[in-house]
Write a protein that binds this ligand. Structure first.
Ligand code: ATP
Length: 244
């Protein structure tokens, strides 16, 4: 049986009287990359923030490796990590200092060698003594991704991880994350507006439309099943339907 890492049940979020996420349920297994797709404002970031315990759900449950995030947040998040542009690392600390601080927070063993390994993997060696706040956005993204892999998480949440990366680095990052997930049996939740990327990297996708899950399936076969050429065309059709 597949090893379930994340389970989301009937999750709902209101901001005041406005509903942002409405009664969504899904699960995510070890060594699976799940794409969370949907137009701007569909509720992707809100969902990720509830999984991280940063936002309190209005209703529903989230379990990570069988720990209830609402009741046991610390334990649930011990082997979770994330990267998102809206959550930048402290800009006045150098790359090495940042990785060192977060490595200690996550209790990473043999931290120095883990940092050296990640600096190399993300081509950050020449920036190791540079303050993160002075790096370009693509360089900062690579530091955030290195931070996100520090503790070899069982659950990795990536909110538009390649949005600010050039095509060459983005390609390499997708490969690094895929290999990482395979090697460590990690479950990855990945949001992106790049449908070519999603087709390439995700094993399964959920399409959120105006708060709800509209479609779920294999990104390689879904377009054909719905009479579309590719995922981008399917996205556009679904998003336009949602607007009308
Ligand atoms: P994008 O693709 O643009 O990043 P998203 O799918 O991540 O969008 P969310 O950021 O989750 O969407 O937003 C979902 C809805 O909730 C949007 O309509 C947004 O305006 C609203 N929203 C998000 N945060 C708040 C907040 N703090 N207060 C009120 N409304 C909010």
């Amino acid at each position: 049986m597949q090893n379930e890492i994340l389970s989301v049940t009937n999750l709902t979020k209101y901001y005041g009287s406005k509903i942002a996420v409405e009664n969504i349920s899904f699960s995510l297994h070890a060594n699976e990359i799940l794409g969370l797709l949907g137009p701007n404002g569909a509720g992707k970031t809100t969902t990720i923030n509830m999984i991280l315990g940063v936002l309190e759900p209005s209703a529903g449950h989230i379990r990570i490796e069988n720990h209830d995030v609402a009741k046991d947040r610390q334990l649930a998040l011990l082997s979770t990590n994330f990267a998102a542009v809206y959550s930048p690392l402290p800009g006045n600390l150098t790359v090495r200092e940042n990785l060192n601080v977060f490595g200690k927070i996550y209790g990473v063993k043999q931290l120095d060698s883990r940092i050296t390994e990640l600096l190399k993997k993300f081509h950050l060696e020449r920036f190791k003594e540079t303050r993160v706040g002075t790096l370009s956005s693509g360089e900062q993204t690579r530091v955030s991704l290195a931070k996100a892999l520090l503790n070899r998480p069982h659950l990795l949440l990536l909110d538009e991880p390649t949005a600010s990366l050039d095509p060459n680095i983005a390609h390499e990052i997708r490969y690094i994350i895929k290999e990482f997930a395979k090697k460590n049996n990690t479950a990855v939740l990945w949001t992106s507006h790049n449908m070519y990327e999603v087709e390439e990297i995700c094993d399964r996708v959920l399409f959120l439309d105006q708060t709800k899950i509209l479609l779920e399936g294999n990104p390689k076969t879904l377009p054909k099943e719905h009479g579309q050429k590719n995922l981008e065309d399917l996205f556009i059709v679904l998003a336009q339907r949602g607007q009308s």
